[in-house]
Write a protein that binds this ligand. Structure first.
Ligand code: SAH
Ligand code: SF4
Length: 361
């Protein structure tokens, strides 16, 4: 008996995968290009095999079985005053994820900027349990598949009618813990036959998974790296990020140095400012030292309150003082005045609220 063939969704395939699949069906490989055009060319982007009109009907039905097209459903689209839009998506098994479209901020990038950033999720929930984060509160459900990561970009472009030219993997989940699916999605998003987005326009954020940071460093893709640092000393970081017990700061800094050396890139440290937890001047001084060694940039993010969690952001003078300690030491640092505060734009928050209210219904 032949092994049953496990279907692989179309949007999880590379061009080479599809060529192989067509060859197995005794079909010419050039069909793969045609199919990718139907899937990814902006004026096409069809969502069914039937819509691929230049394919023979028999082939369409064979491929529909082998490579189903699974586009998530859109549950809600919420927009804030500054037009940050948040999409709540329902996956084929009913799980919910979030994707956030953030338009250019003239204040940050100038009036002429046409930067449109999409914040993409990589998992349902998160296993890392950082104490301040809504994504980790309900634990980890599952990895997103490659096509579920790719589809977030397709859907956001479809709903908004806008072209996304910047991607940040800063939504729900830890992308580096879903390394294989995530990296494949990145290659599809980057490919000229795929979405065609430059790797330099993509940033992956990680809570500090050292082996994967090193593995990515050895990849040729020039993707940018952001580290959710949130503490410069082991004592502060371990208190809020359990992952620090496995990969302490010194080990993480070595992996970061390896990454920036291999890629010839500046990395970014993200640092949420949480009152009374990590906002002391001593921590700022140590952070400056860590950043100087790596020539890293620092993004300070005033904490967004999460319902059910006790943390809050420090006052503006404390934020400014922290910033000036970094700048006085010659470090490139900014405070990110968060957009979309009013639509629960901090990762995991919208899903959590909707999931809670669905449970209550
Ligand atoms: N798991 C990865 C990717 C998620 S990125 C990571 O942790 O890097 C999401 C970013 O938002 C992380 O830097 C995270 O620390 C930050 N974040 C989480 N909760 C937040 C909150 N309530 N306010 C502000 N930033 C928050
Ligand atoms: Fe997971 Fe990142 Fe949230 Fe930590 S900050 S719980 S790693 S999503």
């Amino acid at each position: 008996m032949p092994e049953p063939v496990v279907p692989i969704p179309l949007h999880a395939l590379t061009l080479e995968d599809l060529e192989e699949s067509l060859t197995a069906l005794e079909q010419p490989a050039y069909r793969a290009k045609q199919i990718m055009e139907w899937a990814y060319e902006r004026e096409k982007r069809v969502e069914s095999w039937e819509a691929m009109k230049n394919l023979p009907a028999v082939l369409r039905s064979a491929l529909a079985e082998k490579h189903p097209i699974r586009i998530p459903g859109v549950v809600t689209v919420s927009g804030s005053e500054d037009t940050t839009r948040k999409f709540l998506l329902r996956l084929h098994d009913g799980e919910l994820i979030e994707t956030v479209l953030i338009p250019a901020s003239p204040a940050l990038y100038g009036e002429e900027s046409d930067r449109r950033t999409l914040c993409v999720s990589s998992q349902v929930g998160c296993a890392y349990g950082c104490k301040f984060c809504a994504s980790g509160l309900d634990g980890w459900k599952r990895h997103l598949s490659t096509d579920e990561i790719v589809a977030q970009v397709l859907l956001a472009e479809k709903i908004s009618g806008e072209r996304i030219n910047n991607l940040v993997f800063m939504g729900m989940g830890e992308p580096m813990a879903n390394y294989k699916n995530w990296l494949k999605a990145v290659s599809i998003l980057n490919a000229p036959w795929g979405v065609g987005l430059g790797a330099r326009k993509m940033t992956v954020s990680t809570s500090g998974l050292v082996p994967q940071i090193r593995e990515l460093a050895d990849q040729s893709l020039q993707i940018r790296l952001a580290i959710s640092l949130h503490g410069a000393s082991d004592s502060v970081r371990s208190e809020i990020m359990p992952v620090n017990q496995k990969y302490p700061v010194a080990e993480l800094m070595e992996a970061c140095a390896y990454y920036s050396e291999r890629k010839k890139q500046m990395i970014t440290f993200e640092y949420i400012l949480i009152e009374g937890v990590n906002d002391a001047p001593t921590e700022a001084k140590l952070l400056a030292e860590r950043a100087r060694g790596l020539r890293a940039k620092i993004n300070l993010i005033p904490y967004n309150t999460v319902e059910g969690l006790p943390w809050k952001r420090p006052s503006e003078p404390v934020q400014e003082e922290f910033l000036s300690i970094l700048r006085n030491r010659g470090i490139a640092a900014t405070i990110r005045r968060e957009k979309g505060h009013d639509i629960d734009a901090a990762c995991g928050q919208l899903r959590r609220r909707i999931a809670t209210s669905l449970k209550e219904d």
